[in-house]
Design a protein around this ligand. Structure first.
Ligand SMILES: NC(=O)c1ccc[n+]([C@@H]2O[C@H](COP(=O)([O-])OP(=O)(O)OC[C@H]3O[C@@H](n4cnc5c(N)ncnc54)[C@H](OP(=O)(O)O)[C@@H]3O)[C@@H](O)[C@H]2O)c1
Length: 322
């Protein structure tokens, strides 16, 4: 038996229950992971609330770290005792132990702790594909990154800064502005009291930016389009404030803009694709990327963590202890 957070209906944080459930045996190509840390991500809220519906009852969560306890048949890439992490796949990382496909596992380097891995894998792999694949940013460019003091945001600020990119980051409080700046953001805009489109115009001398990374969605989508320079790219990768509005394609014509809705799932669909974005992430970690773990909760208290994330109280990464 093992404890998991289980939801039997979609809804608020209160639907998450800490329940003892029977432990499965790993099947062919699978391993049993004894989990030590679990990462908190905004997608967990979409799963819990039903924005991304699950077959219920179900656990939730897309990122875990631990030790391989048992391997099923035909598992060759990992062995018992290996330290591993994973992202995406089937929901269910909010668990003490779980069975998971071996070919999706990422072996953890010795110099990355379990806590760091749970704090950085999903968010860092997202930044890795956003800045290397969705839009290949170049030194000297200026970009707009929304929710710059968030989990994805603080990793993006550091990584973009290191590449010589000038970052305009939106935040909702003065405290978050200071945190974003401390992680390499050059210009912060408090979008709860300032018009961020006007500030981007001012900072870029009216030129606009070649790319906007927008994980906020409903509240920022239209403004993000306005901030783009001709041929610019809007990478709409999340919906923390709700789903973006429907898009009338003709709106893009005036500046010949591109809009994309990228996701980590296809970027981790095969071990090769995962490696393409994991290798640069581990490189930047080795070169000193700091992994800000600003909150920790016991996994059984996941409801409190969800309340804090969705009410914008968190900054950087949050992890669950098991
Ligand atoms: N597509 C992908 O592959 C992918 C992968 C990972 C994450 N994401 C997306 O990236 C975004 C950031 O994820 P994260 O886990 O790092 O979360 P996070 O940025 O730590 O938290 C979300 C932040 O969004 C901002 N926000 C703006 N309006 C909000 C609202 N109405 N309610 C709640 N937050 C609001 C808040 O920052 P301020 O208070 O500063 O406004 C909040 O701290 C999310 O949209 C997530 O879904 C997408």
């Amino acid at each position: 038996m093992s404890y998991s957070i289980i939801i039997s209906e979609h809804g608020g944080p209160e639907v998450m229950k800490w329940e003892e459930i029977p432990l499965q045996e790993p099947g062919r190509g699978e391993v049993l992971i004894n989990q030590t840390k679990v990462g908190l991500n905004f997608i967990d809220i979409y799963q819990r609330s039903g924005i991304y519906p699950l077959n219920l009852p179900s656990s939730i969560g897309m990122e875990g770290v631990g030790v391989v306890e048992e391997t099923g048949d035909a598992v060759e890439n990992v062995k018992e005792g290996d330290r591993v992490g994973y992202v995406m796949g089937q929901a269910g990382s909010y668990a003490e132990s779980r069975v998971y496909p071996a070919n999706r596992l990422i072996k953890l380097p010795d110099d990355v702790t379990d806590s760091q891995a749970a704090a950085v894998l999903l968010k860092g792999l997202t930044v890795s594909y956003l800045i290397n694949k969705t839009f290949l940013v170049k030194k000297g460019q200026t970009v707009l990154f929304h929710a710059a003091a968030g989990g994805v945001g603080l990793i993006a600020c550091q990584w973009l800064n290191k590449l010589g990119v000038e970052i305009i980051g939106t935040v909702s409080t003065d405290e978050k502005a200071e945190i974003a700046k401390a992680h390499g953001c050059h210009h912060t805009v408090n979008y709860t009291r300032e018009d961020f489109t006007a500030r981007v115009e001012e900072i870029t001398d009216g030129k606009g930016v070649p790319v906007v990374y927008d994980g906020v969605g409903a509240d920022t989508f239209d403004g993000s389009l306005k901030c783009l320079s001709p041929f610019g790219v809007l990478a709409s990768f999340g919906a923390a404030s709700g789903a973006p509005p429907a898009l009338t394609l003709a709106v893009l014509g005036k500046k010949s803009l591109y809009v994309t809705r990228p996701s980590l799932a296809p970027h981790t669909a095969t071990p090769e694709l995962t490696e393409e974005i994991a290798a640069p992430l581990f490189d930047v970690i080795r070169e000193g990327l700091s992994i800000p773990i600003n909150r920790r909760y016991a996994l059984k208290d996941a409801a409190n963590a969800h309340r804090d994330l969705q009410s914008r109280k968190t900054t950087g990464s949050t992890i669950f202890e098991i």
